[in-house]
Design a protein around this ligand. Structure first.
Ligand code: DQA
Length: 171
């Protein structure tokens, strides 16, 4: 009978792991929370000359694909309600590895979102699809920027992908 090659023996050994070998616990990476605020559910049809024609569903698909290529997990949420956004930010304190947030108009007004973000110990990237500094004066101030790690503004929907890359670089 032909002697099995050492390769064949090795692969046989691999196929039968010792019963004593400890099972390796698979580390589950915490997801990056991608949060979108009021009126961003209307992307695609909302003022396309300012925000473009990409829908939120398409952005979330694009973000999930970019995250996968970066080896990150993501959770995407959108709400028109300040409190719901705050609940997700609080969830990210313990469950998340980072936050990407486009808080829409709340960016300019919400002390409560500022305070929630200030509690985080993980990277936070503020995103704006439009260049808010080219627009009305009331958009020039952000309540969120002082508690964000960084801000991406005016680059269109690619800003979400860039935000993920920035988070990855901080982890
Ligand atoms: C926005 C800019 C905000 O001023 C505006 O209220 C939005 C969208 C942006 O993505 O450009 O809703 O955050």
């Amino acid at each position: 009978m032909a002697r099995p090659s050492s390769k064949a023996v090795a692969s046989k050994a691999k196929a039968k792991p010792s019963a004593k070998a400890p099972a390796k616990a698979k580390a589950v990476a915490k997801p990056v929370y991608v949060l979108n605020g009021p009126n961003l559910n209307l992307l695609g049809s909302r003022e396309p000359h300012i925000y473009g024609s990409t829908t939120l569903a398409a952005i979330e698909k694009q973000v999930a694909a970019r995250a996968k290529s970066l080896g990150l997990a993501v959770i995407c949420h959108q709400s028109n309600h300040e409190g719901e956004l705050i609940d997700w930010i609080q969830e990210a304190r313990t469950m998340g590895s980072g936050v990407v947030i486009n808080a829409g108009a709340y960016s300019h007004t919400s002390i409560a979102i500022h305070d929630a973000l200030a509690t985080l110990d993980i990277p936070v990237v503020e995103v704006h699809i439009s260049n808010v500094y080219k627009r009305e004066a009331f958009r020039h101030h952000s309540m969120i920027s002082p508690v964000a790690t960084g801000v991406i503004c005016g680059l269109g929907v690619v800003g979400y992908d860039l935000a993920l890359e920035a988070i990855k670089s901080k982890l």
